[in-house]
Design a binder for this molecule. Structure first.
Ligand code: GTP
Ligand code: MG
Length: 386
């Protein structure tokens, strides 16, 4: 259980001991569930000129360089620009100008106020890391913030190696570049640098998955869930992690519904529940990239229509409505409801096991499992189509 979860449960116990149901509802709603969508997470991408910072910003947001929402690439970025994540607007990527240009000499670069709210930095280089990169790292450390080194444009190095090596070995080539970067940084006085080899054109390859794991591990727990949901969705590891975060939230939605049901306001419960269910399942569709908005460009949306043919879940291809949710609630299997009741009894012994907890828990668990299977099928189909 994360530190944040323990705190929420502690607050909840206090509220329930005082029979304060309204506070209990708002503790779950505001402190945990809404936080994941509102806690700001600012990631700044820095490094020398032309190293691929803007392209990395786009790749991280799952956006093509040609997309109208993309940070311009191949042209000089002259001032810091913020780019919200397309689905989680509380996550912001900062595309910074190149350090060490005449406009931004290294010693003045980090004195700007842009950096105050940044959670961590990614220092990008397209070749060996140099003095400016090491200086950036030292300044960031002084601000007591975290940073990672990304060695970009690895696809270029691998194509070169393919052409020039008699017996091409990808893993050995990558290892050599990695060691070379680490050695260069150590020579510049950076102790134990973490270097990740990345291509923004193929973000799922090389060291990006390792970078993701490291960022998640090193962020404070309340920000780590925010990052997990916003990470690009293409590799299985990330989809699994998103599923875990979504699953960990289900009991809160169910518990919230149970508490609302216990409030003496007739009709409130079912109306509130249906709205919540539509919203939550909508966020699964977003998070797994199964709806139009999360796919972005119209051409991809067309592709999505093809991919949707492999989706099995009842409402995958349809718009999710309250009416549909009612239909689905009616068809939940009894065995799942029993399991949910058991889970509920460990969570809310003081209230008994309200029927709404059981239904909401079962509905969301089954929706999440089905959509996860759909996501896997869509991924396989997408590979086939490539
Ligand atoms: N092959 C390859 N090219 C890349 C990669 N990342 C960026 N590029 C190209 O490198 C050039 C510069 O990329 P930008 O993202 O504009 O670089 P930048 O660091 O933002 O540049 P400034 O804003 O001028 O400092 C562009 O032509 C990109 O398409 C990559 O991973 N692989
Ligand atoms: Mg740029």
């Amino acid at each position: 259980m994360s530190a944040m979860e323990s705190k929420v449960i502690e607050d909840l116990k206090n509220a329930l001991e005082n029979v304060d149901l309204v506070s209990a509802v708002s503790i779950i709603n505001i402190k945990y569930l809404e936080d994941t969508n509102t806690i700001p997470l600012n990631i700044a991408i820095t490094g020398e000129s032309g190293v691929g910072k803007s392209a990395f910003v786009n790749a991280f947001r799952g956006i093509d360089n040609a997309d109208e929402r993309a940070a311009p690439t191949g042209v000089e970025t002259t001032k810091p620009e913020s780019y919200p994540h397309p689905i989680y607007p509380n996550v912001t990527l900062w595309d910074l100008p190149g350090v060490g240009t005449s406009k931004f000499p290294a010693d003045q670069y980090l004195k700007h106020s842009w950096f105050e709210n940044v959670d961590f930095f990614i220092i990008v280089s397209a070749g060996r890391f140099r003095e400016n990169d090491a200086r950036l790292a030292q300044e960031i450390k002084k601000m007591d913030k975290n940073f990672y080194f990304v060695r970009s444009k690895i696809d270029n190095n691998l194509s070169d190696a393919k052409r020039s090596q008699r017996e091409y070995d990808e893993e050995k080539t990558l290892q050599k570049i990695r060691e070379n970067c680490i050695q260069g940084l150590e020579e510049q006085g950076v102790a134990f640098p973490q270097v990740f080899l990345v291509s923004s054109f193929d973000l799922h390859l090389y060291d990006f998955p390792a970078l993701q794991e490291t960022m998640e591990r090193e962020l404070p727990s309340h920000k780590s869930d925010v990052l997990t949901l916003a990470l690009p969705k293409f590799c299985k590891g990330i989809i699994n992690k998103k599923k875990e975060v979504f699953r960990s939230q289900i009991k809160y939605y169910a518990l919230m519904s149970a508490l609302v049901a216990a409030l003496p306001i007739p009709g409130l419960s079912i109306a509130a529940d249906l709205g919540v269910l539509v919203g939550v399942v909508g966020s699964y569709l977003f998070g797994f990239g199964l709806n139009k908005k999360s796919m972005g460009k119209p051409s991809s949306a067309k592709l999505l229509e093809n991919l949707r043919t492999v989706m099995k879940y009842l409402y995958s291809g349809n718009d999710l409505t309250k009416k549909l949710v009612v239909l689905m609630l009616r068809s939940l299997p009894l065995v799942m409801l029993c399991e949910a009741a058991e889970e509920g009894s460990t969570w809310i012994p003081c209230l008994g096991i309200p029927i709404s907890f059981t239904f909401i828990y079962t509905f969301l668990s089954s929706a999440l499992d089905s959509l996860f299977v759909d996501t896997e099928n869509v991924r396989m189909k997408a590979f086939e189509m490539n």
